[in-house]
Design a protein around this ligand. Structure first.
Ligand SMILES: Nc1ncnc2c1ncn2[C@@H]1O[C@H](COP(=O)(O)OP(=O)(O)OP(=O)(O)O)[C@@H](O)[C@H]1O
Length: 256
């Protein structure tokens, strides 16, 4: 057993546009081990979010295989997918877009537990308290409404909701990008701790190479739908080989 949680082979996705089509993913292959974080960096439009959405099965690729623990993710029946959807969860940049802002925090976190029918009501209440605690929120936050709390707290709620179904992989798509520096640091610490304690794997998409380097074991650089470079995070960031990698690092003067 290789220890790979996720294996992606030859993923391709083309979007038809007006008069021309865009190759958003072009023969993308990579793997993520259990308990590992793979960072994805690349210029705007390079296909990062499309990759995330294909992994979540929010959109179908034209070609390619996705294996979770050796199991073919794309061939799961709708019923099997409903049972397994919790395995891969996603946290977006703007949690407001993912929530009904008038929902209470408790309900926002509990809904997936209810949908996945995890435990009885009283054990779900205990799970809610534990989830809030795991993401550093107090239990009395459960009755507050999403629109009443700060952006940093909202992002913790989004993470708690993602964790509710006990995922094996969490895809973080620019999940920390809207946070200020100190909140971002706290969230990074939280993610690292969760990974250490629970062995969750992360796919971390970010536009700030400094943040991606901090959390990632390995990094893949994307450009025009392709992975143009991949390697250990420190190696890629200290000595990028691809033109895209070089340009991304050069754009941050403090790296030099
Ligand atoms: N639903 C869609 N219909 C048509 N084209 C799309 C669609 N979604 C994405 N694209 C195109 O696919 C390409 C990849 O987009 P994607 O959003 O995956 O890039 P990205 O790397 O996440 O960009 P950003 O960093 O700006 O979020 C872009 O050219 C984009 O315009």
């Amino acid at each position: 057993m290789s220890g790979d949680l996720l294996m992606v082979e030859g993923l391709s996705k083309r979007f038809a546009g007006r008069g021309r089509s865009v190759r958003a993913l072009d023969d993308v292959s990579f793997s993520i081990r259990k308990g590992e974080t793979l960072g994805i960096v690349g210029p705007s439009g390079s296909g990062k979010s499309t990759l995330a959405r294909v992994l979540l099965r929010l959109i179908e690729p034209d070609a390619g295989r996705i294996l979770i623990d050796g199991e073919d993710w794309r061939s799961l029946s709708p019923k099997a997918l409903r049972h397994r959807r919790g395995d891969i969860q996603m946290v977006f940049q703007d949690p407001l877009s993912a929530f009904n802002p008038r929902t209470t925090i408790g309900k926002a976190i509990m809904d997936p537990l209810r949908i996945h029918a995890v435990g009885k009501r009283h054990s779900r209440m205990a799970a809610l308290a534990e989830l809030l605690q795991r993401v550093g929120l107090s239990a009395d936050m459960a009755s507050r409404r999403i629109h009443e709390v700060s952006g940093g707290q909202r992002q913790r709620v989004a993470l708690a909701r993602a964790l509710a179904s006990r995922p094996r992989l969490v895809v973080l798509d620019e999940a920390l990008s809207a946070l200020d520096v100190s909140l971002r640091g706290q969230m990074l610490e939280l993610l690292v701790r969760l990974q250490r304690d629970e062995g969750i794997s992360f796919l971390f998409i970010g536009h700030d190479p400094a943040v991606v380097r901090m959390i990632s074991h390995r990094v893949a650089v994307m450009d025009q739908g392709r992975i143009v470079e991949t390697g250990d995070a420190d190696a890629v960031f200290s000595d990028p080989r691809s033109d895209t990698g070089k340009a991304l690092i050069a754009a941050i003067p403090t790296w030099r």
